[in-house]
Design a protein around this ligand. Structure first.
Ligand code: THU
Length: 131
């Protein structure tokens, strides 16, 4: 299965009773495994946890910390943009040249490098003056 297949297959499993907006994410780890995630909302925090965060959590729980490719899909008029927080979360595990594909369920796709999705990313380097 391609990352696209994984993300499309998992998307209907999203728990999104507040927004109704279901998102599927799939990431490929350096170890060659695909990990899937969906958004999970809750009544106290209706924005919930994003699909990308779910896929990252699955990867980390499996002992991996490097993303080499990612795919995110939702039913929207143009390819779904990851929220700001997800861009930072992805960049924790994805280098600047990692390709992230954003997609719609009807087949539109846009590909970006991680560094294009989050220019000027905050990194550990910015804290190096801390004593
Ligand atoms: N959402 C994601 O899961 N990923 C994105 O990239 C954009 C937004 C979710 C969060 C929330 O459950 C719903 O979409 C509406 O914001």
């Amino acid at each position: 299965m391609t990352l696209k297949d994984v993300a499309l297959k998992i998307r209907p499993m999203a728990y999104a009773p507040y927004s109704g907006f279901k998102v599927g994410a799939a990431i490929l780890s350096k170890g060659g495994k695909a990990f899937a995630g969906v958004n999970v909302e809750n009544v106290a925090y209706p924005e919930g946890t994003c699909a990308e965060a779910g896929a990252i959590a699955a990867m980390v729980a499996a002992g991996e910390t490097e993303i080499i490719e990612a795919y995110v899909v939702a039913d929207c008029p143009s390819p779904v943009p990851p929220c700001g927080g997800c861009r930072q979360k992805l960049s924790e595990f994805a280098g600047p040249d990692v390709v992230i594909t954003l997609a719609t369920t009807d087949g539109q796709e846009q590909t970006y490098k991680m560094s294009d999705l989050l220019p000027g990313v905050f990194t550990l380097r910015h804290m190096e003056n801390v004593k």
